[in-house]
Write a protein that binds this ligand. Structure first.
Ligand code: PLP
Length: 379
């Protein structure tokens, strides 16, 4: 069994993918071009925003957003303590200071109470200027934007939605990657919508920011790429990736999103009935795109034991994430504006199970059966 079986997806889409790949090869345009422009229009329409600007990866997408806003030295940017490293890395890379905020145990997304506490702590200390918050749509579930936005308005913070794992998620019909002043996503192969290499995109309704993003991603171009008006990046999406994404996007919308939601329902039913572990909580009105299906165990011993037992039975599982951002060596010099106890507990107790649209019911039954075998045995 594979954790995220991308080969099965390729098998299902092979005819179309092979066709577009050879068509790009024959066409001679390998970076940008009409295929990329068309994909950008399709994604913007799906998400429900005015502009989609593709780029080389999800990390660059976050970086471009911070550059658009001129975030840098002396600025505090609030980011969940429980996320993938890139969400916080980009802040430090721009010379700004990441301030780590705890998350909600049930949804894994940023705690609004702790966000306000940390903003107040930074303001009170008076050394850094609070400028932005990067809520992360973790494991496919959009963060709580209904509560984040009033806090951002109160303190004058930009909202940068890190939707690298969130694409396809929704709150009350409003799609992920439409919640930030700027929102970003990643097309890394294992993300909800992935390509066959690296890719990313930023989304915004703001004309000026979209224009700046387009400049920044091509060496800070002005009228053309040999007229350079600011320091930028080399961060474009390959035509080949855009063509592959168009095929995969169709499958994503047509049936993949529904498939992962059905799988999640089945997992939760089989895990909740004998009460094996705490299953993911999706608040009413929320929809997840199930980048991960993540359960919580009682403690670290139980989690590690379960993972070892699954592995012994040929079932891969992952710990997303084993280390809190504040505990990362690379951030050891960062000031602490308050502890993140929920994150620390999650790092010890979470386990992500195999999840992708092409999982079979038999496989889900097998994973939960093996989990039951182990957990019933030790309790
Ligand atoms: C994957 C990921 C990123 C970075 O995306 P890349 O395309 O790998 O650069 C950023 N944030 C989160 C939450 C991610 O999961």
């Amino acid at each position: 069994m594979e954790f995220r079986d991308l080969k099965r997806q390729y098998k299902a889409l092979q005819k179309d993918i092979d066709k577009v790949m050879s068509s790009v090869a024959a066409n001679g345009t390998y970076i940008g071009g009409e295929t990329v422009a068309e994909l950008e229009r399709q994604l913007a329409e799906y998400v429900g925003v005015k502009h989609c600007v593709t780029c080389a990866n999800g990390t660059d997408a976050l970086t471009i957003a911070l550059k658009v806003w001129g975030v840098g030295k002396g600025d505090a940017v609030f980011v969940p303590d429980f996320t993938f490293f890139a969400s916080a890395e980009v802040i430090a890379a721009e010379g700004a200071t990441p301030v780590f905020v705890d998350v909600e145990a049930e949804t894994f997304t940023i705690s609004c109470k702790d966000l306000e506490r940390k903003v107040e702590a930074v303001a009170k200390e008076g050394e850094l200027r609070p400028v932005a918050v990067i809520p992360v749509d973790l494991f496919g579930l959009p963060a709580n934007y209904g509560e984040i936005k009033p806090i951002a308005e109160k303190y004058g913070l930009y909202v940068l939605e890190d939707g690298a794992q969130g694409f396809g998620g929704m709150i009350d019909g409003k799609k992920a990657c439409s919640f930030g002043g700027i929102s970003t996503t990643s097309f890394f192969p294992a993300k909800p919508l992935g390509c066959y290499g690296d890719g990313g995109a930023i989304f915004t309704d703001n004309d000026e920011w979209a224009k700046m993003a387009k400049s920044i991603k091509v060496h800070g171009k002005g009228a053309n790429k040999y007229d350079n008006v600011r320091i930028g990046l080399n961060s474009r999406l390959d035509t080949l990736q855009a063509a592959i994404l168009q095929v995969k996007f169709r499958a994503f919308v047509d049936y993949e999103l529904e498939a992962v939601n059905n799988h999640a329902k089945m997992y939760s039913k089989l895990i909740n009935c004998p009460n094996l572990a705490t299953t993911p909580y999706i608040p009413s009105g929320w929809h997840s795109s199930w980048a991960q299906y993540t359960i919580r165990l009682k403690n670290r011993e139980e989690r590690d034991g379960l993972q070892a037992h699954l592995k012994a039975n040929g079932i891969p599982s992952m710990v997303y994430y084993p280390t809190a951002m504040h505990a990362q060596t690379a951030f050891s010099g960062c000031r602490n504006y308050g502890d993140c106890p929920v994150t620390e507990r999650l790092c010890d107790t979470v386990l992500s199970l195999p999840m992708h649209p092409y999982l079979t019911e038999d496989e889900i039954v097998m994973v939960t059966k093996k989990a039951d075998e182990y957990l019933s045995g030790i309790r």
